[in-house]
Design a protein around this ligand. Structure first.
Ligand SMILES: [Fe+2]
Length: 399
């Protein structure tokens, strides 16, 4: 995220002596991507950030992936996953349930009523979409208040936690990459500024609003990382609370972007999904379909044409309004449609006719396209409505 911010106290010259009012030395830490060759920030700690007094195993939630075999378009109903009796004890990190995934990205879902432990993802960046509710994401860079419709982008290696108020659960759709998650390159100038044609810009991104300093001893941090058998968890115990940063500056930090600030690009006839793109990671993209005026040619067909995305699997999470192209399929709020490469998909029967003449769609969907096949996590299997594959053939299915 090549956009400079500064928060709290930093010395006038980098890599020079910096002391508190009482004369104590602050410890400078560079947090940088691609070694020392890409975006970075400098953080100033009250305590040594490397200090560690214990390490033990963190047993991650079930990470099993099941191939989409036989190849089918699938409908997953995420709102059926949460167990009301356990929400108050479920947090936004350890409570995540894996819906879909591959080696590039894992998509999980959780309704969290409890504050998470301190957490650091060493595998890749996270982009967590807040489907409903509010939370404060406390990070080493400071606090990020978040609410419905926010994407929360958290760089790899950022120590943070999801703080939830009692009896006010938050619903999170977590996109965990094995890479960085960034705005599309084509939205940016050669120096990294958002261009005029981009559907959002720096002004729409919110960074941490205040630094956090907590004095506590022997604090656990849950770390997700690569291990001998794939995704692995370790809990480090730090002698001091990691929220001890008095200031930082640079171009690498967590931020939020609310989907309502994305300005949809519309056209005389149907515009393809890349105009709705928000972020990208290695081998996947994130797009959002928002309430918008639709195509204004007198003969326009506002819903999408049938499409065979031969190089991608498509995952749409329906979070607002009513999605025009899926009417009649059983898909509603909280649903995911999973349309894999190798199968052509498009509007449900009758949806084209129903859309003709419409000039506005009230729909909000968060879409992830992956360029390698996705597999089903345990939550994806648990949430499936198995009638979906026959929804284009009037329910007819030969078994
Ligand atoms: Fe599609």
């Amino acid at each position: 995220m090549a956009y400079y911010r500064s928060l709290g106290a930093v010395p006038p010259l980098r890599h020079t002596v910096f002391r508190s009012d009482t004369g104590a030395l602050y410890y400078e830490e560079l947090m940088g991507e691609e070694g020392f060759s890409s975006d970075s920030s400098l953080l100033y700690h009250r305590y040594i950030p490397s200090a560690l007094v214990a390490a033990r195993r963190w047993e991650l939630p079930d990470q099993t992936l099941t191939p989409n075999d036989p190849l089918l378009p699938r409908h997953l109903k995420l709102h059926g996953l949460a167990d009301a009796s356990t929400i108050a004890k479920t947090d936004g990190v350890t409570g995540r349930r894996l819906v879909l995934g591959n080696d590039d990205v894992r998509i999980s879902y959780v309704v969290a009523g409890a504050t998470s432990p301190l957490y650091r993802n060493a595998v890749g960046d996270e982009c967590v979409y807040v489907e409903a509710g509010e939370a404060v994401v406390e990070t080493v860079f400071g606090a990020l208040p978040t609410g419905q419709g926010d994407y929360v982008v958290i760089p790899r290696g950022t120590t943070h936690r999801w703080v939830v108020e009692q009896d006010r659960p938050v619903s999170l759709y977590a996109i965990e990459a094995s890479s960085h998650i960034v705005p599309p390159r084509r939205y940016l100038s050669q120096y990294g500024q958002f261009l005029e044609h981009a559907p959002y810009c720096e002004r729409d991104l919110r960074g941490p609003s205040e630094t956090l300093q907590i004095d506590e001893a022997d604090v656990d941090v849950y770390i997700k990382h690569r291990g001998a058998s794939g995704l692995t968890g370790t809990i480090h115990t730090l002698p001091r609370h990691p929220f001890d940063v008095v200031g930082w500056d640079g171009c690498l930090y967590p931020y939020t972007f609310n989907v309502a600030n994305f300005m949809p690009i519309t056209g005389k006839v149907h515009q393809p999904p890349p105009v709705h793109q928000t972020f990208e990671g290695t081998n996947f993209v994130v797009c959002n379909f928002l309430p918008r005026k639709v195509d204004y040619h007198e003969l326009a067909v506002p819903v999408p044409y049938y499409h065979s995305n031969v190089d991608s699997d498509e995952v749409m999470f329906y979070v607002g309004g009513e999605y025009e192209a899926r009417k009649g399929s059983g898909i509603g709020l909280g649903s995911i449609s999973f349309h894999p490469g190798g199968h052509s998909h498009g509007p449900q029967p009758g949806a084209i006719e129903a859309s003709l003449g419409k000039d506005y769609f009230d729909e909000t969907g968060i879409m992830i396209d992956t360029f390698r096949p996705l597999q089903l996590g345990e939550a994806g299997l648990a949430a499936e409505d198995k009638t979906y594959a026959s929804s284009w053939s009037g329910g007819r299915w030969l078994s």
